[in-house]
Design a protein around this ligand. Structure first.
Ligand code: XLS
Ligand code: NI
Ligand code: NI
Length: 437
């Protein structure tokens, strides 16, 4: 019996369909701006939330049964893998992402964990060959185990650092074995709660040391994929070192890692940093660091990482606008780092959640493409900066002006009128495009 036995094959039926198990907007093979929708969006299932998260919150235990009818041994790991590949096949999701500890039990020793990981990835490989599903990225969970309570790469305790390195090595091996396109570092507990007990300089240097060792190891093993940093400003620590894209990019550049790494931008992390999703994507793109996306959304009322399946089409539109402008995904994609709400506890809810996410981003893609084809926003921005095409503007841009020359030119410009920014006019364009789809 399959965990998702009540979920049928999900197909595109168009926006008038009332079938809950159909896509209303995601039509995988439809071509938009010269590319199939599925190749624009490159959806990936997040193993941890989709197969493991059981709805536990600080006030109550799990509401979602994630035992797959099996004891917590490798038996469950195989049953879970069957459920995972069944769901991806039914939804037409072509990629997945996982942490080492998501996919098999940790056992009682490193040796046991390695054996489990090797066995389950053998099984994944078989399933991937059968279905054509690919690994978008792998990662190691070096934040959950109590040995990482004070950090992994940034722990004051050398043993924690050593264990993290071992886990990362094995997760890199697993990623390479499965032909993964990328490897993610999310800072987990790499940050601090109080400087009263923290040597920040020491910790940051060690973090760079660990990333460098991981990069060197992976390259020595023939890994050709991309490494990603996933910025997040807080939670679990009060101050995470990878606060936002700008911080993470500065850190990578300062430590000689910028050529191998890109950003994995998560919407909910962007908003926790008081940035928009768009801001983080744009910051990555203009620095040549656009990579991949964790496609979820936060809740405006709650100040933590709620990891909800995206329904906010406006956000998805602006995000896809950035993705298209950045040249689209190459190694990256849209990984649903999202979990169903605690009361949505049936297997069917997991399918509904993914359909919601895929349709929200499909709408976002359609709207973003329509905005680009419409051209008014691009034209407005071009005109807004048009004064730079004047003689003096071009001289400044060619770095041919001194402050003395600019002072001489300023007098006649003292009463200049800056044109309107027209924010509301532009918002109305978005609405009119969105609602005429
Ligand atoms: C947690 C992160 C995590 C990463 C992978 O907030 O989003 O899920 O995506 O370690
Ligand atoms: Ni994430
Ligand atoms: Ni997150």
């Amino acid at each position: 019996m399959s965990y998702f036995e009540n979920v049928p094959q999900v197909k595109y039926e168009g926006k008038n369909s009332k079938n809950p198990f159909a896509f209303k907007f995601y039509n995988p093979d439809e071509v938009i701006l010269g590319k199939k929708m599925k190749d624009h969006l490159r959806f990936a299932m997040a193993y941890w939330h989709t197969l493991n998260a059981d709805g536990t919150d600080p006030f109550g235990s799990g509401t979602l049964d994630r035992t797959y009818g099996k004891p917590d041994t490798m038996e469950r790991a195989y049953a879970k893998a069957d459920a995972a590949f069944d769901l991806m096949t039914k939804l037409g999701i072509e990629y997945f992402c996982f942490h080492d500890v998501d996919v098999c039990p940790q056992g009682n020793s490193l040796e046991e964990f390695k054996k489990n990981l090797s066995d389950i990835t053998d099984y994944f490989k078989k399933k991937m060959d059968e279905t054509g599903i690919k690994l978008l990225w792998g990662t190691a969970n070096v934040f959950g185990n109590p040995r990482y309570m004070s950090g992994a790469g940034t722990s004051p305790n050398v043993d924690s650092f050593v264990c993290a390195a071992a886990q990362i090595k094995n997760a890199i091996d697993a990623t390479i074995k499965l032909g993964g396109l990328g490897y993610v570092f999310w800072g987990g507990r790499e940050g601090y709660d109080t400087l009263l007990n923290t040597d920040m300089d020491f910790e940051l240097k060690n973090l760079a040391r660990l990333l460098t060792m991981a990069r060197n190891y992976a390259r020595s093993q023939g890994f050709k994929g991309v490494f990603y940093i996933e910025p997040k400003p807080k939670e679990p620590t009060k101050h995470q070192y990878d606060f936002d894209a700008a911080t993470a990019i500065g850190f990578l550049r300062a430590n000689g890692l910028a050529d191998d790494f890109r950003m994995n931008i998560e919407n909910n992390h962007a908003t926790l940093a008081m940035h928009t999703f768009q801001h983080e994507l744009r910051t990555s793109a203009i620095n040549g660091m656009f990579g991949s996306v964790d496609a979820n959304q936060g809740d405006d009322m709650l100040g933590w990482d709620t990891d909800m399946f995206p329904s906010n089409v406006y956000d998805c539109t602006l995000a896809m606008y950035e993705v298209i402008k950045a040249g689209g995904f190459t190694t990256g994609g849209l990984n649903f780092d999202s979990k169903v709400r605690r009361q949505s506890y049936t297997p069917e809810d997991i399918a509904y959640a993914h359909i919601l996410d895929m349709d929200s981003f499909a709408l976002g893609l359609r709207a973003a493409a329509a905005l680009i084809e419409d051209g008014r926003i691009d034209k407005f921005i071009e005109e807004r900066y048009s004064s730079w095409k004047s003689e003096i503007g071009e001289a400044i841009l060619a770095d041919k002006c001194t402050l003395d020359q600019l002072e001489a030119a300023a007098g006649e410009r003292w009463d200049t009128k800056v044109p309107s920014g027209r924010e509301e006019y532009l918002q109305e364009i978005i609405n009119s495009v969105l609602f005429s789809l």
